[in-house]
Design a protein around this ligand. Structure first.
Ligand SMILES: C[S@@+](CC[C@H](N)C(=O)[O-])C[C@H]1O[C@@H](n2cnc3c(N)ncnc32)[C@H](O)[C@@H]1O
Length: 277
């Protein structure tokens, strides 16, 4: 039964539109949104979810927005076991993570697969802001990249990325490094075929290092938040950084891959970076 229909049946006095209409499942954890006036019933709602979905062991509610430098989501357990650590499977890879300590969104799974399918055999790829490692691991699983390097600042997320590398031990050519990508990337040999900046709120400071590390004709995937169809704002950010390095940006496409509120979209600009003619 649809979640809202189930909850409406049990809570007939609450207007259906105020009840959660769905949830994100991360491993055995359900993440739901509960509006403040429904909070007195949140434990009952959580327990109903657990009863309806036996594979779930924890129900947590969003207790704020994704925020801070490490992009973590405030969560509060409202039913089940008191933990936010779990094991999730996505696109054929196993991911250990703690939703209270690291960023991870199931909603980007399709986008990760899109990028993996773009990777050509033998490519050297860098993922700036790699979190617990889903982009590098999904790429390694579904492409024949020669090397994929993930760089992550949150030491806890980096620790999970190393654990996930061990958990997916059949995958070859993946390496994770801890630190600020703007500082770590310049210590690596340049000439990357493809670089991702997966920091949609505030990834611009990483652009100079990323553009400098790409080979001529290499591909940049730059994630950004923008008002619907306002691609020019995203392009302007990449072009401003490219100009200072004497590089030319040739946009390939802008993919909408989620949203943050009704008018703000999470987008990825795919662009080829080359020398100015
Ligand atoms: C939006 S999350 C994406 C994580 C991961 N790529 C994923 O898809 O699950 C952004 C990540 O960037 C990390 N981060 C923020 N600033 C960074 C920086 N300067 N260098 C490296 N990582 C950074 C955060 O800790 C967070 O894990």
């Amino acid at each position: 039964m649809q979640l809202r229909a189930l909850l409406s049946h049990h809570f007939p006095d609450i207007p259906p539109a105020r009840l959660p209409g769905g949830f994100d499942r991360v491993g055995d954890i359900a993440v739901v949104g509960i509006v403040p006036e429904v909070a007195p019933w949140q434990a009952a709602i959580g327990n109903l979810l657990l009863a309806e979905h036996p594979h779930l062991k924890v129900v947590a509610k969003r207790a704020g927005e994704v925020g801070g430098e490490l992009r973590t989501l405030p969560l509060e357990v409202i039913a089940g076991e008191e933990r936010l650590r779990t094991v999730h499977r996505e696109n054929g890879v196993v991911l250990h993570l703690d939703l209270g300590l690291v960023y991870y969104s199931v909603r980007s799974a399709q986008e990760r697969m899109r990028i993996a399918r773009l990777v050509r055999p033998g490519e050297r790829v860098g993922v700036l802001c790699s979190g617990v490692g889903p982009f590098p691991l999904v790429m390694a699983r579904h492409s024949r990249a020669a090397e994929v390097i993930g760089i992550e600042k949150n030491p806890v997320a980096h620790g999970f990325a190393l654990e996930n590398l061990r958990a997916n031990r059949r995958l070859r050519g993946v390496r994770f490094m801890k630190g600020d990508a703007a500082e770590v990337l310049p210590t690596l040999a340049p000439g990357f075929d493809r670089l991702l900046i997966v920091l949609p709120h505030g990834g611009e400071p990483l652009l100079p290092a990323a553009l400098a590390a790409l080979r001529p004709g290499g591909t940049l995937h730059f994630y950004d938040m923008q008002a619907k169809d306002c691609h020019s704002a995203t392009l302007a950010k990449v072009e401003a950084a490219a100009q200072t390095l004497g590089l030319r940006v040739t946009p390939q496409q802008v993919i909408s891959c989620g949203h943050c509120g009704p008018t703000v979209h999470r987008v990825c600009m795919d662009a080829v970076i080359g020398p100015t003619p």
